[in-house]
Ligand binder design. Structure first.
Ligand code: PGA
Length: 258
């Protein structure tokens, strides 16, 4: 059974007390989750110790991080390694968010190394892909996303690949209020699954959760999550308000598990 996941990406927002308050509000309002319908919360690094303690009291709400370095350790001032994250109870790491690709020069080759670090340390990867408006307007979004998947993930063997979650986030929809239509999301998710099928076979591809991200809100989540190949969401802005995030989680819980 494929997992449905709603993941919170706080990005560079909230101080420690605001973060603690938000998780407390999630604790108080979170509907009942399960092994197959789960939540990930990815706060900034400084929150991780505190968030680990708070989330330990919540069932099926897992701690995530937003990035890690591509090397195991060493003289990389200011960076955080995958093994540090794993030792801090992190279970999911977002890799290749478009903001990291755009502002921090992360290319697919570097992302493949980050993916390896995360998996080697026993955590799961949330691998982001998605095209710019220019690429979509040119009609080449399918090829663009396929290249991101191939170069970032296709060096993995099947056993490792099973620990990857894909997040499709069209850049033109992130933080813009402009969501992909349910049909646009479904079309790309189906394309992604067919690319995964050609590499790993149908059984593996059918088991991989593919999340949608980009201006997902309580008002549009149900329609997006009802699509056959949309297995939940990666939520930015709306994850900073407990009520909105819980609204999106509730929409996930109302959809059928594939
Ligand atoms: P958004 O961000 O929900 O604020 O559009 C999504 C993301 O970047 O993960």
């Amino acid at each position: 059974m494929r997992k449905k996941i709603v993941a919170a990406n706080w990005k560079m927002n909230l101080n420690l007390s605001e973060g603690a308050e938000l998780i407390n509000d999630l604790y108080n309002g979170m509907p009942e989750l399960s092994e197959h319908r789960l939540v990930v919360v990815a706060p900034p690094f400084v929150h991780i110790g505190q968030a680990a303690t708070q989330l330990a009291t919540m069932d099926h709400v897992y701690l995530g991080a937003q990035n890690c370095h591509q090397e195991a350790s060493g003289a990389y001032t200011g960076e955080v390694s995958a093994s540090m994250l794993s030792s801090a109870e992190v279970q999911y790491v977002i890799i290749g968010h478009s903001e990291r690709r755009q502002y921090f020069g992360e290319d697919n080759e570097m992302l493949a190394k980050k993916v390896n670090q995360v998996l080697a340390n026993g955590m799961k990867v949330i691998f982001c892909c998605g095209e710019s408006l220019e690429v979509r307007d040119a009609g080449t979004e399918n090829a663009w996303v396929e290249t991101q998947l191939r170069e970032g993930l296709f060096h993995l063997g099947e056993e490792h690949f099973k620990n990857v979650v894909i997040a499709y986030e069209p850049i033109w929809a992130i933080g813009t209020g402009r969501t992909a239509s349910a049909q646009q999301a479904q079309d790309m998710h189906a394309h992604i699954r067919s690319v995964l099928t050609s590499q790993f076979g149908a059984e593996v591809a059918d088991g991989i959760s593919i999340l949608y991200g980009g201006s997902c809100k309580p008002s549009n989540a149900a329609e997006l999550f009802a699509c056959a190949d949309v297995d939940g969401g990666l939520i930015g802005g709306a994850s900073l308000k407990a009520e909105e995030f819980i609204g999106i989680v509730s929409a996930m819980l109302e959809t059928e598990v594939a």
